[in-house]
Design a protein around this ligand. Structure first.
Ligand code: SF4
Ligand code: SF4
Length: 474
């Protein structure tokens, strides 16, 4: 997507990416430290997100983690609820709903996720970059340090920076693994002898080096060339999507950009409000010039908005030359950002969220399957009773142990458990047991009767299951 004024004339910047030079080599970026209102908001949000990111695996609901995606044992836990293979339709629906949610959200609100919520950006800009500013200094000092010959100061800075980088990568690696195997297993790996968990140990070390590589060297390349969400922006955004946009009408006017001169009325002279200070480019973590129009590389981090607002304040011009707005709103010079589509998509997003919550509440705490034992017909017992043998399998999806009893409902007769009278099912596990159903022959109207078995815990009916009872011909 490009702004109208650029289309067809200065589109050459789209032929290359900002971090690759003419010879195909990497252009290392030294973005200037951003300051301002939006940077402050991002800082606050990142503190909350980092606490959530590192803290979530340690939070437990009823003994189960808040979130665990154990692809190894295929155990998935969300909000403390264990998802069993039987629940995968629900898991699938949630995934599809989330994908739809992301598409609709992006169409309306643009790439806000990338700049403000994505873990890659949070770690890169709010953790690693800050350490870099702290040790190496701002953009200019970093460039100077890079060119400078090796001396004690440079060695000290490099060693301390990369040591800190690796320690954080190790923390991320532990957290990442905690989301997969859970904190209990992670602690077990930490505490038991190395030879007992060599696989887990190698995974932690392997991931830590991957994260170190990503944040120490690969950096913005993740957003530019690897992230599929970033690559799909072109199809998800349209001219009404909210994006970080340069107001080219105000920025250029008739005479285009020019350096700032005191006491001149730029609007009167036809000069654009862009004073060509390049601050918006200097702070950009992906190295682009947003004045060229919306670009794939823009992660909507809003650093350029802060930089430009600062320059506008210094020159006495109105803030918002670069702002969150839609292409259409800028082209039409209107403040109308909430279109009918925005309202409709937002309504669909709310609906999708409601569906997810509804599906969660519909999901029961247990699931019992009662089947007549294959190959068995019926047996005639004393006193004119007929018995059938069944097998019940119970999956306990709740966070507590279940002690279950079974009774016949809507029919005269008895349930007689084989072995223990109570079926004990541990939380998050399944168990099965056989039982007989005994019904008097006089109470059977047909050779095949549908019966209902109630599953109880402490006298409370949890579930009813239908099955068939076989008897002699009538
Ligand atoms: S153009 Fe602005 S919003 Fe986009 S990535 Fe660069 S600094 Fe961030
Ligand atoms: S920061 Fe604002 S004024 Fe300076 S070059 Fe960028 S758009 Fe123009």
């Amino acid at each position: 997507m490009a702004t109208n004024h650029k289309r067809g004339k200065e589109e050459a910047f789209r032929d290359t990416i900002s971090t690759v030079d003419d010879k195909g080599g990497r252009v290392w970026l030294y973005p200037k430290k951003p300051k301002g209102k939006f940077t402050n908001y991002r800082d606050y949000l990142s503190y909350v997100l980092l606490v959530m990111l590192f803290g979530t695996p340690w939070v437990k609901i009823g003994g189960e983690p808040l979130l665990m995606i154990n692809i190894i044992t295929r155990k998935f836990v969300m909000f403390g609820q264990v998802f069993w293979p039987q629940d995968f339709y629900l898991f699938g629906l949630i995934m599809i709903t989330m994908v739809l949610f992301v598409v609709l959200f992006t169409t309306v609100y643009g790439r806000v996720f990338c700049g403000w919520l994505c873990p890659q950006t949070i770690f890169m800009e709010m953790v690693y970059r800050k350490i870099e500013y702290w040790i190496d200094g701002d953009s200019k000092q970093q460039q100077r340090l890079k060119k400078q010959a090796w001396n004690a100061d440079k060695v000290w800075k490099r060693v301390s920076k990369y040591t800190l980088f690796y320690i954080i990568a190790l923390a991320i690696s532990h957290t990442f693994l905690a989301y997969i195997i859970g904190t209990d297993e992670l602690i077990r790996i930490q505490r038991s002898p190395l030879e007992e968990h060599i696989g887990g140990f190698l995974a932690i070390i392997g991931f830590s080096w991957v994260f170190f590589f990503v944040f120490a060297w690969f950096r913005e390349q993740v957003c530019l060339i690897v992230c599929p969400y970033g690559r799909l922006q072109g199809v998800m955004l349209d001219r009404n999507s909210l994006v970080v946009a340069y107001d080219y009408i105000r920025g250029e006017r008739k005479e285009g950009r020019s350096k700032f001169k005191k006491n001149e009325d730029r609007a009167e002279l036809g000069k654009g409000d862009c004073i060509d200070c390049n601050q918006c480019v200097d702070v950009c973590p992906t190295g682009i010039d947003i004045r060229n129009g919306t670009q794939l590389e823009c992660i909507n981090c809003t650093a350029c908005m802060d930089a430009c607002d600062h320059m506008m304040d210094k020159t006495g011009l109105e803030q918002g030359l670069i702002r969150l707005d839609s292409e259409n709103a800028i082209a039409d010079h209107t403040k109308k950002r909430v279109t009918l589509k925005t309202k409709a998509y937002s309504a669909v997003l709310v609906l999708l969220m409601t569906i997810i919550v509804f599906l969660f509440t519909l999901r029961g705490n247990m699931e019992a399957t009662i089947l007549r034992t294959p190959g068995m017909l019926f047996q005639e017992a004393e006193g004119g009773y007929i018995t059938n043998l069944y097998n019940v399998k119970v999956i306990n999806k709740s966070n507590k142990e279940l002690n279950l009893t079974f009774e016949l409902k809507d029919h005269k007769g008895f349930v007689e458990m084989v072995g223990t009278k109570i079926l004990h099912v541990e939380k998050g596990k399944s168990n099965q047991q056989a039982f007989f159903v005994r019904i008097h022959e006089d109470d059977l109207l047909d050779k095949k009767t549908e019966i209902v078995v109630g599953v109880y815990e402490d006298g409370i009916l949890l579930e009813e299951d239908k099955t068939n009872f076989l008897g002699p011909n009538k």
